[in-house]
Write a protein that binds this ligand. Structure first.
Ligand code: C2E
Ligand code: MG
Ligand code: MG
Length: 755
C-alpha cells in the first residue's frame, strides 16, 4: 500500500500564510518609514545648509554696508577739520557728528583717532577703545550683552598739504547689526527671529568666526509637514487595512474552502460504509465555489457510475455463483454446492431432524458405453427432473457424481423419507426412456439414512450410512430403496467400515499411514530383478489395509487420482531414502483417470533425477476406466519419450483387452494370474502360449504374474515368458533389497501380511 502522507490542515497553512503576509507587511512598512525619515533628514540638512548660506550672504552685505558707512564717515571733510583743529571736538561730537545722516541709527558709537591712534575724546571703553593700533585692525566683532556689535575702523584721507600722504587719522564705528540681520532680509529657509550666535559675553572675534558661530532655526514649511503627515498616515492606514485583510483571510479561507472539503471527505467516508445511492446535496460552505462544486458533481456522477457497476457486478457475481454451484447439464446443484451445504448443515437444520437420500443410476456406464455420451446425458437430465418433481418445497437436488444424486430431506421421519424415495423410483421406472432409444428398463437405487439433530457424529456419518444402504440396494435381489440400519453396517464391515474409510481418506489426502510394498519382477533366465512393483498398503494401528479394501473406498469416492498422486510421492520418498536397490527398476500402477489426467506427466517428471539409477515402469491398470483413449495415448507416448516403460497390467483379466493392446503405446504386457495359472491346463495352456507368442512377435516384452510354484515357473518359461512375478520369487515386502533371486534354492521373500 502506498504510504499515506498526512499533510497539515488548510487552517494551519492559512495561519502560516497570514503570519508570512503580516511579517512582509510589517517589514515593508518599516522599510518605507525609514526611507521616508532618511529623505526627511536629507531635506532638513540641505535646508540648514541653504539657510546658513543665506545668513552668510546677508552678513557679508551687512559688513560691506558697515565698512562703506565707515568709509563715508572717514571721507567727511568735517572729520578732517576736526583732526586739524580738535578744539571743539567734544561739542562737534555731541551735536554735529551723531546727528549727521552719515551715521545711521544702528551706529551705537563713533570716534575719531589721530594719526597715532589716540581717540580725540575721552572714551568709555564700552563704546569704542580709546587707543587703536595704527593702522587699525580689520573689522571685528565684540560680543557684549545683550548683543554683539561690529567694530569698523577706516583711515581718514591725507591732507593735500601732507607731502608724505599719510592718513590724517582714523575713524571707528561700533554698529549694532543683529536687528538688521533679522529684519532687513526676507529669508527663505531660516527663521530670522531665531538667528543668534553662540558665544560667551566679552569675547571678540573676526567676522568670519562670527559667521561660523551663527545658530538659527529653520522656517516652518507647512507644505513639507503636510506631505510628511500624509505619507506616514498613508503607510499606517495601509498597514492597518492589509493587516485586517490578512486576519480576515483566515476565517474566509476556512468558510470558503475548508468546510466544503470537509463535507466532501466526510461524504467519501460514509460512501465506504454504504457504497450505493448516497448523494452529496450541498457542501455546507458559505458561498458556492466553482471548483468544490465541480468536485461535488464529479463525485456524485462517479458515485452513480459506481453504484451501476456495483449492481451489475452483484448480478454477475450472482450469475457466477449460480454457475459455480449448479450443474449445467441437469440444472441440479453441483458437488461444490453439496459440500458447502453439508458443511453448513448443523446451522441450517435448527431443531429439525434430517434424512439423507443418495440416488444412483443402475448400470449407467453400460448405457453410456452402449448408447453414447449424449444419450447418457439425456438420461441424467430426465432422471434429475423426475426426482426434482417429487421433492417438496425448499428441498434441493444435488448431482454429486457422474450418475449420483443426493437430497437432504428436512423434517422427515424414516417412513416419509422411504415414501419419497420410492416415489422417485416409480417416476423413473414409469418414464418412457424408449423415446431416447433405450431398449432395456432403467432403474435407480437409493440409499437412505436419517440423523437426530442433537447428534453431531450422526450428522457427519449421514453420507457414509446412505452409502452403505445404497450398496445394499444395488446388490441383486434387494429392494431398490434401502434405509440404513446398524445391522446393514455390520454386514458391510470391511468394505464400508468407517475406520477403513477414515484410514483411506487420511492416507490419500494426508499420506498418513500410506506405505509401499515392493514385489520383484524377475528375469526368468538368470533370476536378476528387472523391477520392483510398488503395491500400496495403508497401515492403521496394527493392521495393514490391503488394496481390495482400499480400492472399495477409493472407487466409491472417486479418489483414484488422489491415491495415485500419494503413491507417486511415497515412491519418490522411498527412492530418495534408498528403500529400493539401485540398478534395478521400479514399477508403479496408475489407474485410468490418472493416465488421462493433463498433469500426469509433470507429476511423474519428478522421477527424472532417479532415471539414471532406476528403470521406471508405469503399469496401466483397469483400462476399462480409460474413457478417452486419445488422451491416454498422448500422455503415455510423452512418458515413453522421457524414458519411462509402459506396461499393460492384468492382461486377460477382463479389464485389459486386446483392443487396448492394439491401440496403446505399450512396451510390456503383464499376463494376469488367471491366464498364467491356467498354463498347466492343456487346452488353456496351449491358448495362452499362442497368445504369448503372438504378442512377443509384435515386439512386446512379457511378464507372467502369479507364479506360485516351480511347475508354473517352468510352464511360463516354456510358454516363452522371459519375466515373471509371483510368491515363488518373492512376496511384496516393505524393503526391496534383493538384486537377484537364487532359482536353485528359491526362498520366498518375507510376507507383508502381519497377522
Ligand atoms: P496388480 O497390479 O496386478 O498387482 C499384483 C497383485 O497380485 C498384487 O496384489 C500382488 O500381491 C498379487 N500377487 C503377486 N504375486 C502373486 C501370486 O503369486 N499369487 C497371488 N495370488 N497373488 C499374487 P495386491 O498388492 O493386493 O494388489 C492388487 C491390485 O491393486 C494390483 O494388481 C493393482 O491393480 C492394484 N494396486 C496395488 N497397488 C496399487 C497402487 O499403488 N496404485 C494403483 N493404481 N493400483 C494399485
Ligand atoms: Mg500391477
Ligand atoms: Mg497385475
Amino acid at each position: 500500500m502506498a504510504e499515506v502522507r498526512r499533510g497539515l490542515s488548510i487552517g494551519v497553512y492559512a495561519s502560516i500564510m497570514v503570519v508570512l503576509v503580516l511579517s512582509a507587511l510589517i517589514s515593508y512598512a518599516a522599510f518605507t518609514y525609514s526611507e521616508f525619515q532618511r529623505v526627511r533628514s536629507d531635506m532638513l540638512a540641505s535646508s540648514y545648509a541653504a539657510a546658513r548660506d543665506e545668513i552668510g550672504l546677508v552678513m557679508d552685505h551687512l559688513l560691506q554696508d558697515a565698512e562703506a558707512a565707515a568709509g563715508r564717515f572717514a571721507d567727511w571733510e568735517e572729520v578732517g577739520q576736526q583732526l586739524q583743529m580738535p578744539r571743539y571736538y567734544a561739542y562737534w561730537r555731541n551735536h554735529r557728528m551723531m546727528s549727521s545722516n552719515l551715521l545711521n541709527r544702528h551706529v551705537v558709537a563713533a570716534e575719531i583717532y589721530d594719526r597715532d591712534g589716540h581717540a580725540l575724546a575721552k572714551l568709555d571703553e564700552s563704546e569704542l577703545p580709546s587707543q587703536v593700533a595704527t593702522p587699525p585692525p580689520p573689522s571685528y566683532v565684540h560680543y557684549a550683552d545683550p548683543e554683539p556689535t561690529l567694530l569698523v575702523f577706516r583711515a581718514v584721507p591725507a591732507r593735500d598739504t601732507d607731502p608724505q600722504r599719510q592718513p590724517a587719522g582714523y575713524v571707528g564705528l561700533r554698529i549694532r547689526f543683529l536687528d538688521q540681520l533679522r529684519e532687513t532680509h526676507a529669508y527663505r529657509y531660516a527663521d530670522p527671529q531665531t538667528i543668534g550666535f553662540a558665544h560667551g559675553t566679552g569675547a571678540t572675534m573676526t567676522w568670519n568666526e562670527l559667521q561660523s558661530a551663527v545658530n538659527f532655526s529653520l522656517r516652518e514649511n507647512p507644505m513639507a509637514e503636510a506631505v510628511s503627515d500624509l505619507l506616514s498616515g498613508a503607510i499606517l492606514n495601509l498597514s492597518i487595512i492589509l493587516g485586517i485583510f490578512s486576519l480576515t483571510l483566515f476565517p474566509a479561507l476556512v468558510f470558503l474552502i475548508v468546510r466544503p472539503l470537509r463535507a466532501i471527505s466526510t461524504h467519501i467516508d460514509r460512501l465506504k460504509d454504504s457504497p450505493g445511492g448516497l448523494v452529496l446535496e450541498n457542501l455546507a460552505g458559505v458561498l458556492p465555489i466553482a471548483e468544490t462544486e465541480k468536485i461535488r458533481e464529479s463525485l456524485n456522477a462517479y458515485q452513480d457510475q459506481l453504484s451501476d457497476v456495483h449492481s451489475s457486478l452483484e448480478e454477475k457475481s450472482q450469475e457466477l455463483w449460480l454457475m459455480a454451484h449448479h450443474d449445467a447439464l441437469t440444472g441440479a446443484r453441483n458437488r461444490r454446492a453439496f459440500d458447502e451445504f453439508m458443511q453448513n448443515l448443523p446451522e441450517l437444520l435448527g431443531d429439525r431432524d434430517v434424512c439423507f437420500a443418495l440416488f444412483d443410476v443402475n448400470h449407467f456406464k453400460a448405457i453410456n458405453d452402449t448408447y453414447g455420451h449424449s444419450i447418457g446425458d439425456q438420461v441424467l437430465k430426465a432422471i434429475a427432473s423426475r426426482i426434482s418433481s417429487v421433492l417438496r418445497k425448499g428441498e434441493e437436488l444435488f448431482r454429486i457424481g457422474g450418475d449420483e444424486f443426493a437430497v437432504v430431506l428436512l423434517d422427515c421421519d424414516e417412513a416419509s423419507a422411504l415414501r419419497i424415495a420410492e416415489r422417485c423410483h416409480e417416476k423413473i421406472v414409469g418414464y418412457d426412456f424408449s423415446k431416447l432409444g433405450i431398449r432395456e428398463p432403467l432403474r435407480i437405487s437409493a440409499g437412505l439414512a436419517n440423523a437426530r439433530i442433537d447428534d453431531l457424529d450422526d450428522l457427519q456419518a449421514l453420507q457414509w450410512k446412505a452409502d452403505v444402504a445404497m450398496y445394499r440396494a444395488k446388490r441383486p435381489g434387494h429392494a431398490n430403496v434401502v434405509m440404513f440400519t446398524e445391522a446393514l453396517a455390520r454386514d458391510s464391515e470391511g468394505l464400508f467400515s468407517s475406520w477403513v474409510n477414515t484410514a483411506v481418506y487420511d492416507a490419500v489426502i494426508y499420506g498418513k499411514g500410506l506405505e509401499m510394498h515392493y514385489q520383484p519382477i524377475v528375469d526368468l533366465n538368470d533370476g536378476s530383478i528387472c523391477h520392483y512393483e510398488a503395491l500400496v498398503r495403508i497401515s492403521q494401528d496394527d493392521e495393514l489395509i490391503q488394496p481390495s479394501n482400499i480400492f472399495a473406498v477409493v472407487e466409491a469416492r472417486r479418489l483414484e487420482v488422489e491415491l495415485d498422486r500419494a503413491v507417486i510421492r511415497q515412491v519418490l520418498a522411498d527412492l530418495a531414502g534408498g528403500k529400493v536397490r539401485p540398478g534395478t527398476g521400479v514399477s508403479i500402477n496408475l489407474s485410468g483417470p490418472t493416465v488421462i489426467h493433463d498433469q500426469v506427466c509433470s507429476w511423474l517428471g519428478e522421477f527424472q533425477p532417479f532415471l539414471k539409477d532406476y528403470r521406471v515402469m508405469i503399469e496401466v491398470t483397469e483400462t476399462a476406466l480409460i474413457t478417452q483413449i486419445g488422451l491416454a495415448n498422448e500422455n503415455l507416448s510423452r512418458l515413453r519419450r522421457h524414458g519411462f516403460e509402459i506396461a499393460l497390467d492384468d492382461f486377460g483379466s477382463g479389464y485389459s483387452s486386446v483392443r487396448y493392446l492394439a491401440s496403446m503405446p505399450v512396451d510390456v504386457v503383464k499376463f494376469d494370474i488367471t491366464l498364467v495359472q491356467g498354463l498347466q491346463d492343456k487346452i488353456q495352456g496351449n491358448m495362452v502360449t499362442h497368445l504369448a507368442q503372438m504378442i512377443l512377435e509384435s515386439g512386446h516384452q512379457l511378464v507372467a504374474e502369479g507364479i506360485e510354484d516351480n511347475a508354473t515357473l517352468e510352464a511360463a518359461r516354456a510358454a516363452g515368458f522371459m519375466r515373471g512375478q509371483g510368491y515363488l520369487m518373492g512376496r511384496p515386502a516393505a524393503k526391496a533389497a534383493w538384486a537377484k533371486i537364487p532359482f536353485d534354492n528359491v526362498a520366498p521373500f518375507p510376507s507383508d501380511r502381519r497377522a
